[in-house]
Design a protein around this ligand. Structure first.
Ligand code: SF4
Ligand code: SF4
Length: 188
């Protein structure tokens, strides 16, 4: 995606612009200590460390943030939130950036949005992830026959180590469904 494609878009989508402002407010007290970057288990895979990303956001360089993969690679482990000396809700802020990105740039972030949807639906249904079923649903939603091929060797390795299990889909206990509904209403 070109830089020009990400400029001005937030203002064109009031809801996403409002979410971005909320995120900026929440991280405004960042002192750039770097604890979040040092604590993040996914930092080595990110093209920009969390600390640098917060700095870019607070400096108004929204396009830099949305051109990065940093917030997409956040695994919501809460490590940075627990360790930030300013007590900033960083995991919440990462999720806010994902929501804004999915809304502003649906084509660019389509794969990530579909992956999250498949993951959350699985959790809602079973209370945990059934990897094989989740990935099958993700691939079906993606409607791209070549994508599953890229996961074949990893899938075979995981099956050989008994990390993946073939199970028939079921309705699942659905015990988390009321919790999901409540959270959805609160997010409004
Ligand atoms: S840990 Fe908190 S204060 Fe330190 S750089 Fe990260 S967000 Fe900023
Ligand atoms: S919540 Fe996200 S950004 Fe924070 S440490 Fe975990 S993976 Fe990294």
């Amino acid at each position: 995606m070109a830089l020009s494609d990400v400029r001005e878009k937030p203002a064109a989508r009031p809801e996403a612009a409002r979410r971005l402002e909320q995120v900026k407010d929440k991280v405004a007290a960042c002192i750039q200590c770097g604890t979040c970057s040092a604590s993040c288990p996914n930092a080595e895979f990110m093209d920009m460390t969390p600390r640098r990303m917060w700095r870019a956001l607070l400096a108004g360089r929204v396009e830099t943030v949305f051109l990065s993969q940093t917030f997409i690679l956040c695994a919501s482990c809460y490590m940075c939130t627990l360790r930030c000396p300013r007590g900033l809700p960083l995991t919440w802020a990462m999720a806010g950036l994902k929501q804004a990105a999915f809304s502003l740039y649906p084509d660019r972030f389509r794969r990530s949005a579909l992956f999250y949807r498949a993951f959350m639906d699985n959790i809602r249904q079973y209370g945990r992830v059934r990897e094989m079923e989740m990935m099958t649903r993700y691939f079906l939603a993606l409607k791209h026959p070549l994508v599953p091929l890229g996961y074949t060797s990893m899938g075979i390795r995981l099956m050989a180590k008994h990390k993946l299990h073939l199970r028939l889909p079921s309705a699942g206990p659905g015990r988390l469904a009321p919790l999901f509904d409540r959270a959805g209403r609160q997010e409004g």
